[in-house]
Design a protein around this ligand. Structure first.
Ligand SMILES: [Zn+2]
Length: 402
C-alpha cells in the first residue's frame, strides 16, 4: 500500500465531524485528536516546529531554498455534518467498470447511472465506504497528500521552496479561516488541497452570506383567537413567498446565484427561517440581499415594526479579484499538473473555500484537486491512483521553477 493511501485510511478512522451549533473552536473536541496525531506524525517525520494551537489549528514548516517563494499547503481536518463520519468502514476495490457494491447486506450500490464519472476510473483502485457513512476524502485526502509530499521534500536536502503546512478545523461549517494565523503562517501564497477530480483548479467562488429571519407572533387559545392571534408560521410562509422562486438552487447552475432556505422551524409564537445567499457577481449578490430586506420591510409594514427580524451576515467573497493580480500562482499549479500528466481544468466553485477568505486576508490561495468525488455523502469515493498523482503534483509545485 502506498504511503498516501496508508495515511488516508488512518486519518479517516478519526471521527472529526464539525458541528454548526457549537460556539467553540474547534466546534467538536474530537477534531483535536486527529490534530494531535498529525502533529506527532509531523515531528516523527522531521518537521520540528510542528504544533497545534489552542483552537485546533495545526502548523509546521519544511524549510527550503530561501531564494524561492514560501508556499503554503492547506487542508481541513473536519468532515461535513451532512452525513455520519463515525466508524467509517473504508475499503479498496479494484474497479473494472459497472456498479460497485458497497454493502451487500443492505443492498447499497455506487451506480454508474447516478455517478457517471465512475467511467473515468476503470482500471483504478477506488476507496469507498460501506454505504452508511461519508468517506472523509473531503478533506483527509488533502491532508494525506500534503503529508506525503512533505515527507518526500524532507529527502531533498532543501532543494525546493519552503513549505508551510496548515491544517484547519471547522471548514465545513464555514469557520476554517476564522482563526487561521495568516501572519504566523508567513507564506507568499498558498493552495488549499480541498478540490475534486484530478486536474481541477479553482480560483473563483461564490460570494456567500447567511441570513436568519425571526418572526414573532402572538398565541391565544384558538377558541378565542379572533382578531387577536398572530400566527408567526403564516407570516414566515408569506415572507418566503416574496422571494424569487427562480433563484433557488434547484433552478440555477453555472454562474447563476441563489437564495436557499436551508431550514425552518416554527410555532404560533415564533418562527425561524435560515437561508444562504450565493452569487459569483458582487452586484447580483447585493441585489439578492436587497430583495430579502425589502421583503422583510413589506412584512413589517403590514404586521407592525419588529414582527420580522432579518439578520444577514456575509460569510465569504469571490477570491477571483485577489487572484487575478497574481495569476502566476495559478500558472504554477497548472504547470505542475501538466508536468505530472494531468489536464488542468479551471472550474468556478458553486460554494466557498477557506482559500477565498485567506485570499481576502492577503494570502492568495486557489484550490487544488485531491481526486475525491461525491463529497458530503455516503457515495463519496477516491481513486488511489489519483491521490498518488496529486502527491506528485504537490511535490512538483514545491520543486518547480520560480
Ligand atoms: Zn472540503
Amino acid at each position: 500500500m502506498s504511503s498516501v493511501t496508508e495515511r488516508f485510511l488512518r486519518y479517516v478512522s478519526f471521527d472529526t465531524m464539525s458541528d454548526e451549533t457549537s460556539p467553540t473552536c474547534p466546534s467538536t473536541a474530537k477534531q483535536k485528536l486527529l490534530g494531535a496525531a498529525i502533529v506527532e506524525e509531523m515531528k516523527e517525520m522531521g518537521i520540528s516546529d510542528a504544533f497545534m494551537d489552542a483552537h485546533g489549528y495545526v502548523y509546521g514548516t519544511v524549510p527550503g531554498d530561501p531564494s524561492l517563494p514560501t508556499i503554503g499547503l492547506i487542508a481541513h481536518m473536519d468532515t461535513s455534518p451532512d452525513a455520519s463520519g463515525a466508524d467509517i468502514k473504508a475499503k479498496i476495490v479494484e474497479y473494472n467498470g459497472g456498479d460497485v457494491c458497497l454493502n451487500e447486506e443492505k443492498g447499497i450500490f455506487l451506480k454508474v447511472s447516478d455517478y457517471e464519472s465512475l467511467k473515468n476510473h476503470v482500471g483504478k483502485h477506488l476507496i469507498v465506504t460501506d454505504g452508511t457513512t461519508l468517506l472523509g476524502a473531503d478533506d483527509k485526502a488533502g491532508i494525506a497528500e500534503i503529508m506525503t509530499a512533505a515527507e518526500h521534500l524532507l529527502t531533498l536536502n532543501g532543494k525546493h521552496a519552503t513549505l508551510k503546512i496548515g491544517f484547519t478545523p471547522d471548514e465545513e461549517i464555514g469557520r476554517g479561516a476564522d482563526l487561521f494565523d495568516v501572519k504566523g503562517f508567513a507564506a507568499d501564497y498558498a493552495y488549499t488541497a480541498d478540490g475534486g477530480p484530478i486536474g481541477e483548479i479553482e480560483y473563483e467562488n461564490f460570494n456567500g452570506a447567511s441570513a436568519k429571519a425571526v418572526i414573532h407572533g402572538l398565541n391565544i387559545h384558538p377558541g378565542s383567537a379572533k382578531n387577536k392571534m398572530v400566527n408567526s408560521q403564516y407570516i414566515a410562509m408569506e415572507f418566503v413567498s416574496l422571494l424569487p422562486v427562480h433563484q433557488r438552487p434547484e433552478s440555477t447552475e453555472g454562474y447563476e446565484g441563489f437564495i436557499h432556505l436551508t431550514d425552518m422551524k416554527g410555532e404560533v409564537e415564533l418562527s425561524e427561517l435560515c437561508f444562504i445567499v450565493r452569487d459569483h457577481d458582487m452586484t447580483k449578490f447585493e441585489e439578492k440581499k436587497a430583495v430579502m430586506r425589502s421583503a422583510a420591510d413589506f412584512i413589517n409594514a403590514k404586521y407592525g415594526e419588529g414582527t420580522l427580524d432579518l439578520q444577514i451576515k456575509d460569510s465569504y467573497f469571490n477570491m477571483r479579484k485577489h487572484i487575478e493580480p497574481v495569476m502566476y500562482v495559478v500558472d504554477r499549479a497548472k504547470a505542475a499538473m501538466e508536468k505530472v500528466g494531468m489536464k488542468a481544468v479551471e472550474v468556478p466553485i458553486r460554494g466557498g473555500t477557506d482559500g477565498a477568505r485567506l485570499s481576502y486576508e492577503g494570502l492568495p490561495c486557489p484550490n487544488l484537486c485531491t481526486g475525491g468525488e461525491n463529497y458530503h455523502g455516503r457515495f463519496e469515493f477516491i481513486p488511489v491512483e489519483d491521490m498518488e498523482k496529486c502527491v506528485e503534483m504537490l511535490i512538483e509545485i514545491m520543486t518547480g521553477a520560480k
